[in-house]
Design a protein around this ligand. Structure first.
Ligand code: PRP
Length: 179
């Protein structure tokens, strides 16, 4: 095991199973609906790539990029939209695809932002959920795996931009935590 990995929290096999389940559920729920998936970069891209191949429907997708205003103001919930989608969504059923819901501040901001554009609906699909950290009322309608309050890396999640490529969700060794 790499020295920055304390232990594997969720194996790639368990993740794959959860992704399959979510894809099947979305396939059932969005039959005959104009589905539009919006992936939140950067962390969401690994999950997005796996999820779309488990959805047996015709649908369009796009990516947005967000950034919180620096670590000290992350708790304020002020999110900067770095890249927006470039199509109207008033005729679409939107699902926002994320790697993790933590405090819920990012998703609260994004859900409210997209709701102002009058889509047919907006729901959230997150592969990981850390409800113990929540400071908002956000509950992902499609939730893969509930995890404890640990510093996790892999499957899209990073520390200082590193480790997103780990196939398992791992707990980061304490010595590598950002100061
Ligand atoms: C992570 C994650 C969510 C957000 C969740 O993104 O991808 O967007 O934090 O946290 P919250 O529920 O407390 O708002 P991060 O800011 O690490 O950016 P990244 O995806 O580009 O790594």
């Amino acid at each position: 095991m790499k020295d920055y990995v304390e232990r594997v929290l969720i194996s790639k096999e368990e993740i794959a199973e959860a992704v399959k389940r979510l894809g099947k559920q979305i396939t059932e729920d969005y039959k005959d609906k104009n589905l539009f998936l919006i992936c939140v970069l950067k962390g969401g891209f690994v999950f997005m790539a796996d999820l779309i191949r488990e959805i047996d429907l015709e649908f369009q997708m796009d990516f947005i990029a967000v950034s919180s205003y620096g670590a000290s103001t992350k708790s304020s919930g002020v999110v900067r939209l770095i890249k927006d989608i470039d199509v109207p969504i008033n005729d679409k059923h939107v699902i926002i695809v994320e790697d993790i819901v933590d405090t819920g501040l990012t998703l609260k901001y994004l859900k409210e932002l997209f709701e102002t554009r009058n889509p047919l609906s907006v729901k959230i699909c997150s592969i990981f959920d850390k409800p113990s950290r929540r400071v908002t009322e956000i509950v992902p309608e499609y939730s893969g795996l509930t995890i404890p309050n640990e510093y996790v890396i892999g499957y899209g999640l990073d520390c200082g931009g590193l480790y997103r490529n780990l196939p398992d969700l791992c707990v980061l060794n304490e010595e590598y935590h950002k100061k």
